[in-house]
Design a protein around this ligand. Sequence first.
Ligand code: NAD
Length: 480
Amino acid sequence: MTNSTNHWLNFIDGQWCDAQRTTDVYDPATGEVFATIASANVDDVNTAVTAARACVNSGVMSDCRPAKRAQLLQRISLEIHKIVDEAAPLLSRENGKTINEAKDEFLMAARYFEYYAGITDKIEGRSIPLGKDYVDFTYYEPVGISAQIVPWNFPVDICARALAPALAAGNAVIVKSPEITPLAMTWLATACQRAGLPNGALSMLNGPGREIGAALASHSDIDQIVFTGSVATGRSILHAAAERAIPSVMELGGKSAAVVFSDADMDQLLSSVRYGIFFNAGQVCSAMSRLLVQRDIYDDVVERVSALAQGLRVGAGKDDADLTPVVSQKQQQQVLQMCDQAVAQGARLVTGGKAPENQDGYFVEATVFADVTPEMSLFTDEVFGPVLAITPFDSEEEAWTLANATDFGLVSGVFTRDLARAMRASKALNAGQVFVNEWFAGGVETPFGGNKLSGFGRERGQEALYSYVNTKNVAIRVSQ
Ligand code: NAD
C-alpha cells in the first residue's frame, strides 16, 4: 500500500499499483505536504472494471453459500480492528480530525462489516401465493459492479458504509477515493486483502474527481453508482447514470435544523450542539447547522451556545483539540466567505467568524450567528464548517415550517420533554431521520439518507442492503 517514501498506491485487482502521476496530500493543521499517492488514469479505471467483471462472472462472490461470505465479512471486520492503531494517525493527519475520532471512524468501519456479516445469510426471498396452479417466489441477486465515489470528511466510514453491504450481497466494488484524503482508506483495502477477499471484488482508485470519478461513473460496464458528496457533483453523476439508465444511491448535502422548545433539557441540548456542529470542524453532512429556538428561551440559548463555542480549544488533531482544522485552504476560504456574507446580509455575529490568529493551518473559529432569517444564505446554504445559525420561533407550526424551509432534507431534530410533541415532530419534519433529544442518535443499524436535494436511497441498516440487489421473481405453472 505504500513504499518507504510515504508514497501510497492504488489497489487494482488484488495488486498495489503505482502510476505515472501523483497527488500531494496535505496536513491541514500545518498546510504542509506530507505524503503522495499514485493518481490513476482512465486505463486504470478500465483495468479495475475488467477485473470486477471477471469477478462477477466467476460467481466467486455471488454463488458461494452466503454463510461463507458472512465469514469473509467477519474476517474483514477483525482485520480492521487489528489496523486501527496504525491507521488512525494517518486519517487524523490527512483530514485534521483527532486521533481518537479517527480511531472511532475505523471502529465504525469494522462495525459495518460485522453488522452486514450478520445479515449476509438472511437475504431471503418470498413465496407469493398464486393459487394451486402456480408456484411463485422471489430471490435477490447482486447488481454486479457497484461503483462507489467517496468524499473527504469521513472517508473510512463512508467507504465501509457502502462497501460492506455491497460485498454482503455478493457484488464487486470499485471505490474512487477523495483526492484530499485518500490515504487512510487504503487501509480498508489492506484489511480486505488480508481477510482473503477475492481479486477483483474490490479495487480502490485515487485520482481527480472530474476525470477519474467521471470516467468511472460513465463507464459502460458498471451496474450502479453509489455517490456521497456535493449536490453539484451528484447531479453530474446522475446525468451519467441516466445515459445508461443504471440505478444510483445519492447521499448529498444538508442544512439540518434542531428545534428547541422551552421545556428542553439544556444539558442534553448543549452536548448535542457541541458535537452536532463543532465535531469534525462542522464538516458533517448531517451537522446541526441551524438551531431554531422558542422565543422565551432564545437569548439564554444564544448566550449558552456562544459560551460553549468560545470554550472550545482550537488545535491540531494530534493534540486532541476540541476544534480541529477544516480540511483545506479552499474549504477555509469558502467557510470564511460565507461568514462574511452572513454579516453583510444582516445576521448577528455572536462569536467567531474568522481564522484564529495563532494558527498556521486551515482553522476557523467556532462560529455562532443569531437572528438568522429564512431570506439569508446562511439559513438555506450548506457551509460545511463550524458555523451555527440560530433563529427564534413562536409557535410549534412556525418551527416546523422554518425547519423544512430549505431545499435539503437529510436529518432534523427536536429537543423537548413532551413526548406527544416529539411524535408530532417526527411526522412534521421533512427529513430522512429525526433525532429526539440527541443529535446523531442512531448507528450502523438505523437507515440513513435524505429527502429533497439531500438525495435518495438509504445507507446503513437493513434498508441499505436492498440498494445492492435486484429482485427476481420466478413464476412457475405447475398444473397441465
Ligand atoms: P464533492 O462532490 O466535490 O466530491 C465527492 C467525491 O466526488 C470525491 O471523491 C470527488 O473526487 C468526486 N468527484 C468530484 N467531481 C466528480 C465528477 N465530476 N464525477 C465523478 N466524481 C467526482 O464533495 P466533497 O467536497 O468531497 O464533500 C462535501 C459535500 O459532500 C458536502 O456537500 C456534503 O454535505 C456532502 N456529503 C454528504 C454526505 C452524506 O452522507 N449525505 C456525507 C459526506 C459529505
